[in-house]
Structure formats: structure tokens, C-alpha cells
Design a protein around this ligand. Structure first.
Ligand SMILES: Nc1ncnc2c1ncn2[C@@H]1O[C@H](COP(=O)(O)OP(=O)(O)OP(=O)(O)O)[C@@H](O)[C@H]1O
Length: 366
């Protein structure tokens, strides 16, 4: 795999009969092709297709049980496929055992060796690969420097904080220089502020090293902060794949929208730039396809104003740090949720007028 390979690379200098294999190598470092895993009667990966380009950071998101960890284990060679293929650099991995795939897998619970010091943990992979002692020591020092623990070589694992253990586990996963690094809930057990800091550091670190990453998380904020691309899984298949911005702006369907935390979704029928709903006509962006649909109304699209046509009673206010969530019972139609600045938020029991911003109304397939 060359450094300039991209997801859309099409240039070939190979003979026509080699073009098929070469194309796979050019287009993706990792490719899952109809990958299927069954446990008994249950299909946990269901003919899943996924490409990860070299240097790309992909985060897999999805509800508990949707198959995220199974996906990583299948790529690592720890769970066999029942059908389909895993390709690395274009080569089918069917007969390649886990330790020969050149992928790193870091589990949620770090799994550091408690009897080894930090240096012993980080140097474990290179030692298994029989790297000479001097080279190993240099690599350990470099990596500890990279993860911000330059003086930790001789520390016992038991003396490390959760965040420090996390960094050591990461340095250990990076030490054998895997062509693909896979992380399963990498920041799962850490507190929020540490996670928010580490996720930024991780992204910078991967960028600097040019690491290709496939990470699994159930935390949307973490995925959006870390990923070049997020993949949302549902029942062993891909529900949506796109940049964090694309997925946030244009959730593919109601499942994705609800997973992202949007709850105000109702039936509607679009005609021109208006959608008929139980709340009355709502504006929709120009060019929206006409006919029946599901309509997502983002809280930022519910605008409180004295002149708003829909009268609503404020039934609850929830302080959310940067803003206040205001739950509204309209005179007709289901409950609505608005997002207000603290100083503008009405009190519980007040009656307010509501209008809608078409920029924050998203048409979803029925
Ligand atoms: N070895 C196994 N034998 C039987 N069933 C399994 C096995 N491993 C996983 N499963 C089942 O497969 C489904 C998917 O599991 P998986 O761990 O991949 O989901 P996940 O999306 O990573 O979930 P979570 O977010 O809870 O970790 C679950 O219902 C799980 O119980």
C-alpha cells in the first residue's frame, strides 16, 4: 500500500487481468465484503460491507448488541466469518491467523500486564516480534513521549491513574506499528473531562503518525470528535456512513435520528415548501420531495416568539449547561422540544408562541 492511495484512486498501470486485485489494494486498506457472523440462529454481522482507506479514522457507533465488537474481532481474526471476506491491502485474510494480520486491537479494559512495568508493557509487542533491544528501547521511549508520559518507563502499572493506563495501553497497541489500529471503547471507563481531552489528543496523535484507525464506541460525542467518518450500525448492518457533519445534518432515517438523540419525529405530507403535520403546516427546505414522510424537528428549529402561530404551554425546563431545553405542549399535535438561551427561557406554565425554522427540519423516509 502506497502512502498516496485514496478511497477514490483509479489510476492503474497493471495488466487487465491483475486490475481486479490491484483495485482492491488501491481503494482500501481494510475492506469487509458481505462479512457475516452467526452465533447459533442469531446473525450478528449481516452481509456487512465496509471500506477503511489508509490514514482514515473511522468510528463505528451503534446501540448495544448491534455487532460493533464482533466486527472488530472478525477483522482481527478472533471471530471467524460464516460468509463474506475480510481484505487487508486487498488480500483475503481467510487463512491468515490473528497474529499475522498486522492489526492492533485495544480493548476497553486496557488489559495491561500487571506484573510488568510501563516500559515492559509498551515493549511487549516489539519483543514478541524479536526487535533488537536497542531499537525496542528507542521505540518505547518515543511512544511514551508521544502519549505524554515521557518519564513513566519504570513505573508499576498499579500506580497509574485510569487516564495514564489508557495512554500506556495505547502506546502498547501502537508499538508493533500495526497497519490498522482497532480500538474497542477506547475511552469507555474514563470520566468525561479526561475523555474530552484525550479524544482531541488521540486525533492529533493519529494524524501525526498517519495511523489508520477503526474504533468502536457507543458515545456519539466521542465518535464525532475522533472520526473522519462515522459508521452507524444497526442489527449487524450499516445504517449510515458519512462524515460526522453529514450524519448529523442528514440522518438517513428515523433509526439514525433517534440514535443521535432526536425525539421529535412525526408523520407529515410535503407539498411544495410546506409539510402538513398535526402541528399545522411546517416549512421544509426548497426542493424537498413531495409526498408522505417522517419529519424530524430539531430543538433548534422550534423558535419561541410572541408572534408564533402555534400556542404552546411550557411543561418543563431542563438546564443543560450552555442552553435550556424547554418541553412544550402545543394546542394541537405531540409534545415539542425547544432549545433556548438561559436568559430567554420561559418559565414552566407560561404560554408561548412557536414558529419553525426550515433549516432545522429534516425530512426522513417513511
Ligand atoms: N461469542 C459469542 N457467542 C454468542 N453470542 C455472542 C458472542 N459474542 C457476541 N454475541 C452476541 O452478539 C451480539 C452482538 O455483540 P457485540 O458485542 O458485537 O455487540 P456490540 O454492538 O459491541 O455491543 P456493546 O455496545 O454492548 O458492546 C450480542 O447480542 C451478543 O450477545
Amino acid at each position: 500500500m502506497t502512502a498516496h492511495s485514496t478511497a477514490n484512486s483509479t489510476a492503474h498501470t497493471t495488466a487487465p487481468e491483475e486490475a481486479g486485485a490491484a483495485k482492491a489494494a488501491d481503494t482500501a486498506l481494510l475492506r469487509l465484503d458481505a462479512a457475516t457472523v452467526r452465533f447459533g440462529a442469531r446473525t450478528v454481522l449481516d452481509a456487512l460491507d465496509l471500506d477503511v482507506a489508509e490514514h482514515e479514522i473511522v468510528c463505528v457507533l451503534g446501540p448495544s448488541g448491534s455487532g460493533k465488537s464482533t466486527l472488530l474481532r472478525a477483522v482481527a481474526g478472533l471471530t471467524p466469518l460464516d460468509a463474506g471476506r475480510v481484505l487487508l491491502d486487498g488480500a483475503d485474510q481467510r487463512d491468515v491467523p490473528a497474529h499475522r494480520r498486522g492489526v492492533g486491537l485495544m480493548f476497553q479494559d486496557h488489559q495491561l500486564f500487571p506484573q510488568r512495568d510501563v516500559g515492559g508493557n509498551v515493549g511487549f509487542g516489539p519483543r514478541m516480534h524479536k526487535a533488537p533491544r536497542e531499537q525496542r528501547q528507542r521505540r518505547v521511549a518515543e511512544l511514551l513521549d508521544l502519549v505524554g508520559l515521557p518519564d513513566a518507563q519504570a513505573r508499576a502499572v498499579a500506580t497509574l491513574s485510569g487516564g495514564e493506563q489508557q495512554r500506556v495501553a495505547l502506546a502498547r497497541a501502537l508499538a508493533p506499528e500495526p497497519r490498522l489500529l482497532m480500538l474497542d471503547e477506547p475511552l469507555g471507563q474514563l470520566d468525561r473531562s479526561l475523555r474530552e481531552r484525550l479524544v482531541v489528543e488521540l486525533r492529533q496523535l493519529f494524524g501525526r503518525l498517519g495511523t489508520t484507525v477503526l474504533a468502536v464506541t457507543h458515545d456519539q460525542g466521542e465518535a464525532f470528535a475522533l472520526a473522519d467518518r462515522v459508521v452507524l450500525m444497526r442489527d449487524g448492518t450499516v445504517a449510515q456512513s458519512g462524515t460526522p457533519y453529514e450524519v448529523w445534518q442528514h440522518p438517513a432515517d428515523e433509526f439514525v435520528a433517534r440514535f443521535l438523540g432526536f425525539d421529535t419525529i412525526a408523520d407529515a405530507v410535503v407539498t411544495g415548501t410546506a409539510a402538513a403535520t398535526e402541528w399545522g403546516p411546517l416549512p421544509v427546505p426548497e426542493g424537498t420531495a413531495e409526498g408522505p414522510c417522517r419529519l424530524l424537528v430539531r430543538p433548534t428549529g422550534v423558535v419561541l416568539s410572541a408572534g408564533g402561530a402555534l400556542r404552546c404551554e411550557v411543561v418543563a425546563r431542563t438546564f443543560r449547561g450552555g442552553h435550556v431545553g424547554v418541553r412544550l405542549r402545543p394546542e394541537r399535535g405531540p409534545l415539542l422540544e425547544a432549545e433556548c438561551a438561559l436568559r430567554d427561557a420561559p418559565r414552566e406554565g407560561e404560554t408561548v408562541g412557536v414558529g419553525f425554522d426550515p433549516g432545522d427540519i429534516v425530512v426522513l423516509p417513511r
